[in-house]
Design a protein around this ligand. Structure first.
Ligand SMILES: NC(=O)c1ccc[n+]([C@@H]2O[C@H](COP(=O)([O-])OP(=O)(O)OC[C@H]3O[C@@H](n4cnc5c(N)ncnc54)[C@H](O)[C@@H]3O)[C@@H](O)[C@H]2O)c1
Length: 255
């Protein structure tokens, strides 16, 4: 098998439709020589249907990343398909409606706690669940939306992403001794289920269309997926705790 990820064994979370960033990652990874195991949340029959659109069959393991039993059993479930993991992709985010769309000042703690559990803490939980299968050279990659700024309508999801960005740096710190890297891709806006659940998401779409120096496609997940592949590959061997912007250059530009 040839390709950027030849021989790599990957665990990819977050496929729910073929617009999911994770679907593009899984597809490109298979096309580039990787063996892919998927995890699915909730509607597993839907995930199975979407997975059939991948170039090769991929086993699917049920994983609610907030479920301690699922996390505890993940290693054994993965071992049924591969004898180890070279990479893990965290492509998971969720916040209750109260946390989004301008609700920052009113969202109750219970809802904020859910957002942080699913979108932030889970990055560490997933990495730790996969760690027994990983060895030096392994990589964990997640997806963020630039959390250095307060965005209109992103609200507590923005706080969750700021936490995710910090958690990735701490994971880099704590797993570095084992030779395992942790990096994030900061993607621009893409029309996925997660994005459509954000009231007012169209504001991002308009802003990116006007300002991204390279231009930006709201329906092309491949640039973000390519960056994930690069970070999972052997071509960033000394890079960890990093955030790679895949946003058409938007983050670099002033008002
Ligand atoms: N779409 C964008 O504009 C955009 C931009 C930057 C970053 N991101 C991030 O990319 C990642 C993937 O999102 P997407 O845009 O592909 O949307 P998506 O809706 O396709 O994927 C989100 C995934 O999270 C999963 N999920 C939710 N709760 C879960 C739980 N408890 N356990 C396990 N999985 C759970 C869903 O099943 C779904 O597969 C998210 O972290 C998102 O915040 C998205």
């Amino acid at each position: 098998m040839s390709g950027l990820l030849a021989g790599k064994r990957l665990l990819v979370t977050g496929v729910i439709t073929d617009a999911s960033i994770a679907f593009s990652v899984a597809k490109l990874a298979q096309e580039n020589g990787a063996q892919v195991v998927l995890t699915g949340y909730g509607r597993l029959s839907l995930v199975e249907r979407i997975a059939r659109r991948l170039p090769q069959p991929a086993p699917i393991i049920e994983l609610d990343v907030t479920d301690a039993d699922h996390l505890a059993g993940l290693g054994d479930r993965v071992r049924e398909h591969v004898d180890g993991l070279d990479g893990v992709v965290h492509s998971i985010g969720f916040a209750p409606q109260s946390c989004l769309g301008g609700g920052f000042l009113d969202a109750p703690w219970e809802d904020v706690a859910t957002a942080l559990h699913v979108s932030t803490y889970s990055y560490k939980s997933l990495a730790m669940a996969a760690l027994p299968l990983m060895s030096a050279g392994g990589a964990v990659v997640g997806l963020t939306f630039d959390a250095t700024k307060a965005w209109p309508v992103y609200d507590w999801m923005g706080v969750a992403k700021a936490g995710l960005e910090s958690a990735s740096r701490y994971l880099a710190l704590h797993l570095g001794k084992q030779g395992i890297r942790s990096n994030l891709v900061a993607a621009g806006p893409l029309r996925t289920i997660a994005a459509k659940s954000i009231p007012g998401f169209d504001q991002f779409e308009e802003a990116w269309a006007e300002r991204a120096p390279l231009g930006w496609s709201l329906t092309d997940q491949e640039p973000a997926a390519r960056a994930c592949l690069a970070l999972l590959s052997d071509w960033f061997p000394a890079t960890t705790g990093e955030i790679v912007h895949v946003d058409g250059g938007y983050h670099a530009i002033g008002a």
